[in-house]
Each structure stands twice: as structure tokens, then as C-alpha cells.
Design a protein around this ligand. Structure first.
Ligand SMILES: NC(=O)c1ccc[n+]([C@@H]2O[C@H](COP(=O)([O-])OP(=O)(O)OC[C@H]3O[C@@H](n4cnc5c(N)ncnc54)[C@H](OP(=O)(O)O)[C@@H]3O)[C@@H](O)[C@H]2O)c1
Length: 149
């Protein structure tokens, strides 16, 4: 829940991209000055703040090909889409009697737009996305959807 405890406040926000300014004594994978990105955790304060604290196991190195805004926009939607496709649904496993196809509802959304790109790049599935507006229909097609509903 995002509700704060009584008399307390809660900082919202999941995604972050930034430069490490300090590390804990047990941190082994990162150093001060490293450029990183991550989606945070509910048990810590949110990322809509100038400084935050994160478990190093959640952190990745910011891709050099992305600027700060692009990197900060990526973690949670991409992780959600990845875990859905490859951990939970295991979409690369063939299911006897079904077409090798994937229906992505809300394909133009944050999660859907990542799911389309991952599925197109990493599977041979036929991708069908839903989108309700001309611009979102165009967007999901540009991302790799074979068909739009
Ligand atoms: N964003 C995340 O990182 C994240 C993480 C975990 C879970 N989730 C969950 O994943 C789901 C999608 O989140 P999101 O952030 O991707 O959403 P979003 O960016 O708000 O996208 C929603 C998409 O769904 C379509 N849509 C809106 N209203 C609709 C309706 N009434 N019927 C059918 N389609 C509709 C819209 O497409 P059109 O404009 O083309 O209609 C829009 O592109 C939510 O349940 C959210 O709680 C999101």
C-alpha cells in the first residue's frame, strides 16, 4: 500500500537512474561515481527524491546508449513485462493445440509496449496487441506487433 503510517509521510516512485554518491560497507558490485538504474522496493522510501537508498542486488548499470530520462523510464515496466513473459507465462514453451501467438491487452501502455518489444525480439510468436486510438495503433505496430485489435 502507498498509504503512510499515521503521522508519517511516504515518498512515491519506483524507477530511478542516477550516480552513486555513497555505498555501504558490504557493497561489492558498485562504487561511488557509477551510473546506475533500477526499480526500487516497497520496503524502502520511493524514488521521487534527490537521494535514495537501494539494495545493490536490485541495481543495474545504466546503459550508455540511453540518456537519464530514457534510463529512468525503463526499469519497472521492462521488469514487469520480462517477468510476465519469461518467468510466469514462460511463453517460449510451446503449448500443444494452441497457435504460437501472444495477445497483449493494452499494448500501448507502459508494460504492454515493453512486452511487445521483448516478445518480438526474443520469441517467434505472432504478436497481437490491443490499442484503441489511431496513435496507439500506430505505436504498437512500430514496436513490433504483427496485428492490432
Ligand atoms: N507500469 C508499470 O511499471 C506496472 C508494473 C506492474 C504492474 N502494472 C500493471 O499493469 C497494468 C498496465 O499498466 P501500464 O502502466 O502499462 O498502463 P498504462 O501505461 O496506463 O497503459 C494502459 C493502456 O491500456 C489501454 N487502455 C486504457 N483503458 C482501457 C480500457 N478501458 N480498455 C482497454 N484498454 C484500455 C490504453 O491504450 P489505448 O490508449 O490504446 O486505449 C493504454 O495504452 C496495470 O494493471 C498496472 O497496474 C504496471
Amino acid at each position: 500500500s502507498a498509504a503512510p503510517e499515521k503521522e508519517q509521510w511516504r515518498v512515491l516512485g519506483w524507477d530511478a537512474a542516477g550516480t552513486i554518491v555513497a555505498v555501504g560497507a558490504d557493497v561489492t558490485g558498485f562504487s561511488v561515481g557509477d551510473e546506475v538504474f533500477y526499480a526500487g522496493a516497497l520496503i524502502r522510501s520511493g524514488t521521487n527524491a534527490a537521494f535514495h537508498l537501494v539494495d545493490e542486488r536490485l541495481v543495474g548499470r545504466k546503459p550508455r546508449s540511453l540518456n537519464w530520462a530514457e534510463a529512468a523510464a525503463l526499469p519497472l515496466t521492462a521488469l514487469t513485462a520480462w517477468e510476465m513473459l519469461f518467468d510466469r507465462l514462460d511463453v517460449r514453451r510451446s503449448v500443444p493445440g494452441t497457435a504460437p501467438a501472444l495477445l497483449i491487452i493494452g499494448g500501448a501502455g507502459g508494460v504492454g509496449s515493453m512486452a511487445i518489444q521483448l516478445a518480438r525480439a526474443l520469441t517467434g510468436l505472432t504478436i497481437i496487441a490491443t490499442a484503441s486510438r489511431p496513435e496507439t495503433q500506430e505505436w504498437v505496430t512500430s514496436l513490433g506487433a504483427h496485428y492490432v485489435v
